[in-house]
Every structure is written in C-alpha cells, then in structure tokens.
Design a protein around this ligand. Structure first.
Ligand code: OAD
Length: 229
C-alpha cells in the first residue's frame, strides 16, 4: 500500500506559525499581490525580501510538533509499500523533525535562488541588496526560493508519478484553495482511499473518502498508530 501525504500550513499551526487563510492568517494581514508574485518582486524587491526575511527569522522560534513527528514515525516504520511526503509549506519543520522522502513543492524559506547563475543555496539570515550569491558571488541578485503565484510548483513530475501509484492519500491542514495541490485528491487511481485531516472541511472535502475533524497533533498520531498496528 503506497502512501502519499500532502501537508499545508495547518500542520505547522500548533507549532506557532500562522496559516494563510484562517481568521487572522497571513493573507488577512498582508496583501498577497504585494509579496507573493514575480510582479511584486520586480516592483519592490526590498518589501518582498523583508516579508520573507521576517518569516525566515521566525523559524528560529518554533519547533516541530507531534504531527510532524508522527509522519517521521510513519515513514520509518511503514513496511507495506512506499511513502512520500509532499508539503506546500516553506517552513523547515518536516526537515527538522527528520522526514527524508520529502518534497517542498512551494520551495523553502531557508534557501535562496540566484537570478544571475540560477543556483539554489541554503540561506540562514536576512537577504539584502548587498547579499552575494554563495555560488557565483554576484551581489544583489538573490530571490527567495519560495514559489510565487503565477510560477510553476517544484517536483511536479515526481509528485504526479507518486499519485498515479498511490493507494492511500492523506491531506493534512490545507484549505485546498491553491492549485495544483488542491487537485491532487482528484488525480488518484480509483482504488485509492483519501483521508483529510482538518478541523474544518476544506474546499475539496467531498472528494475524500474520509474526513477526520480535529487538530493535526491529535488526529495524525492516532491515524499513524492505526496504520502501523
Ligand atoms: P491555508 O491557510 O489556506 O489553510 C490552512 C488549513 O489548515 C485550513 O483549512 C485550516 O482549517 C487548517 N488548520 C488550521 N489549524 C489546523 C490544525 N491545528 N490541524 C490541522 N489543520 C488545521 O494554508 P494552505 O492550504 O497550506 O503558498 O495554503 C496553500 C498555499 O497558499 C501555501 O503553500 C502558500 C499560500 O499562499 C505559497 O507560499 C506559494
């Protein structure tokens, strides 16, 4: 039984990171057109960098929670087939928890891409107009590694192949309002079982065979226990 897991901002909520679309979420405080599009970056790179610099700095204040750890346990102990974790999250909580088969389809806060040489590199602190690319040393051409609206998500070929061979799909903490991730549940083979873990019904709730309505830190360890029993 091959498992594909999709996570969204809700899995990191109980670690203290705000989601995007819940009450008081990031997109109710900041206009996404001003920080999350290529046009915004072209118009005001400093504004965009400072938004992501603040979010990158926030990663030092949070830790993975029981839901991130439950997915690591599932990956390590699952013997009945393959396991792949696809995350829309740009935080590094899955990485720090110890997930290995992990694809960040919307990029990573702790990486930058150089617009001069195209290389991706790890990046810890703030990015400024003086920052030089670790690979080619060009100054002032680094952009956040985050995928913006209007850009193509990363690793799509690998994700689509995993969905084709998937028997159990588990979506956790995503409102299913951003495509293509929202449509993954509809790309599953007929035999596959879909479980949504979310205190609320997402926009795709009716496409899942099962909905577990509760916080990820409660529902996910329980589900993992059941799967491994
Ligand atoms: P959203 O903010 O749209 O949705 C968060 C979901 O998490 C909601 O459906 C909540 O009900 C649910 N939720 C809240 N607390 C939870 C908890 N404790 N346990 C489980 N679920 C909980 O976030 P995403 O769906 O991840 O794009 O948003 C998708 C993309 O939109 C993001 O990756 C980001 C954003 O614009 C980029 O950064 C490119």
């Amino acid at each position: 039984m091959n498992i594909v897991v999709l996570t969204g901002a809700g899995i990191s909520a109980e670690s203290g990171l705000a989601t995007f679309r819940d009450l008081g979420g990031i997109w109710s405080q900041v206009n996404l057109e001003e920080v999350a599009t290529p046009e915004a970056f072209a118009a005001d790179p400093e504004r965009v960098q400072s938004f992501y610099n603040a979010r990158r700095a926030q990663l030092h204040e949070v830790e993975p929670n029981a839901a991130h750890h439950a997915l690591v346990r599932l990956e390590r102990e699952w013997r009945k087939g393959s396991f792949l974790l696809v995350t829309q999250n740009v935080d590094d909580l899955h990485d720090r928890a110890g997930s290995q088969a992990l694809l960040h389809m919307h990029g990573e806060l702790r990486r930058v891409r150089c617009l001069a040489c195209g290389t991706d590199d790890r990046w810890e602190g703030p990015v400024t107009s003086e920052s030089a690319c670790p690979s080619c040393r060009t100054q002032g051409r680094l952009r956040p590694h985050v995928v913006w609206f209007g850009e193509t998500p990363l690793h799509m070929e690998q994700i689509e192949a995993a969905l084709e061979g998937c028997d159990l799909f588990i979506a956790i903490g995503t409102s299913a309002q951003v495509w293509p991730a929202a449509g993954f549940v509809r790309m599953l083979p007929r035999r596959a079982w879909g479980i949504e873990i979310n205190p609320e019904r997402s926009a795709m709730a009716s496409s899942f065979a099962e909905g577990r309505r509760g916080p990820a830190t409660r529902e996910l360890p329980l589900l993992v226990e059941e799967l491994l029993a």
